[in-house]
Design a binder for this molecule. Structure first.
Ligand SMILES: C[S@@+](CC[C@H](N)C(=O)[O-])C[C@H]1O[C@@H](n2cnc3c(N)ncnc32)[C@H](O)[C@@H]1O
Ligand code: SF4
Length: 281
């Protein structure tokens, strides 16, 4: 166990870009290379294993100051439909490059906050994707839900579309830490959305928790783990807080570097594994 922890105790790239950021090479990048690599990968896997699709839904209503994800903060929900239309337009461009109809085996909706979008608009997105694609028989579809705004209707609509896995951002239950990271949510709200997902039939409910947050102590981490245990998530992502204030504009500036338990490895300038965020008016 100890060897395993040591092995993975290093900064790593996020799933929100593919190829992941350390593999980006701006010198050799060109539209032509991108298309030919994409076609090649598609041909290698579509008919045998199917393909995996990640769709980034970048909007959030409120900024969590610890967040390192690529997001846009806005309360204007009129951004939803134009954004989905752009994603579907891009999807059409990809489909035109492919030699056959895509067979989607894995689909993940990440963010930002997918549950910022109305259930109806999420359905519009999924229907648009499958207008040009087939579902693999053994498909695995998942999405990220924010416990404060995931509704029964979100869960039902996505379940009906074939989703069986949801992961909730829990982060930490302690109130002082929650205030420091501007992310107030109760154990009760996490429990409610966990229970609803299970009632509907989700077979995997995941919780994300983080260590190394500002003002977080070992006791807080322990308490959060004990509370998490009460709800017994099927999956647990235990992230190490990535402190990348030089990438995050106004984010990660509400506390000092010294307020974070993690003063080590990933708090070094130059860790560009995390893409930029944008704040909208
Ligand atoms: C896109 S976010 C989650 C979805 C949803 N917006 C929410 O907050 O519940 C995915 C997860 O990334 C993790 N994350 C975000 N910023 C992080 C950071 N700076 N360091 C470590 N993990 C982070 C959080 O645990 C978060 O739940
Ligand atoms: S943690 Fe989630 S809700 Fe908070 S700003 Fe980041 S993506 Fe948005």
């Amino acid at each position: 166990m100890c060897t395993l922890v040591q092995k993975y105790d290093i900064p790593g790239p996020r799933y929100t870009s593919y190829p992941t950021v350390p593999y980006w090479n701006m010198q050799t990048f060109s539209g032509k290379n991108w298309k030919s690599t994409l076609k090649q990968s598609f041909d290698e896997s579509n008919s045998t294993e199917g393909i995996s699709l990640y769709i980034h839904l970048p909007f959030c209503e409120s900024m969590c100051t610890f967040c390192g994800c690529h997001k846009r903060i806005t309360k204007r929900h009129d951004v939803e439909v134009p954004y989905i239309k752009s994603v579907l337009k891009e999807w059409k461009l990809y489909c035109e490059l492919f030699s056959q109809k895509p067979i989607i085996r894995e689909l993940h909706l990440g963010g930002g906050t997918p549950t910022f979008f109305t259930p109806r608009n999420l359905k519009f997105l999924i229907d648009g994707i499958f207008k040009r694609a087939k579902r693999a028989e053994d498909h695995e579809f998942s999405f990220e839900g924010h416990p404060n705004n995931t509704t029964r209707e979100h869960l039902q609509v996505l379940y009906d579309a074939g989703f069986r896995r949801v992961s909730y951002g829990v982060q930490e239950y302690n109130e002082t830490v929650q205030k420091a990271i501007h992310r107030i949510q109760s154990f009760e709200s996490v429990k409610a959305v966990t229970d609803i997902a299970r009632e509907i039939g989700y077979t995997s409910v995941g919780h994300d928790i983080i260590f190394g947050l500002p003002h977080q102590t070992l006791d807080h981490v322990e308490e959060t783990i004990l509370k998490t245990k009460e709800l017994m998530p099927d999956r647990l992502a235990f992230y190490s807080y990535a402190h990348v204030p030089w990438l995050k504009g106004n984010g990660q500036r509400g506390y000092k570097d010294a307020d974070s338990m993690k003063k080590g490895s990933n708090a070094k300038k130059g860790n560009n594994y995390w893409p930029k965020s944008v704040i909208m008016k």
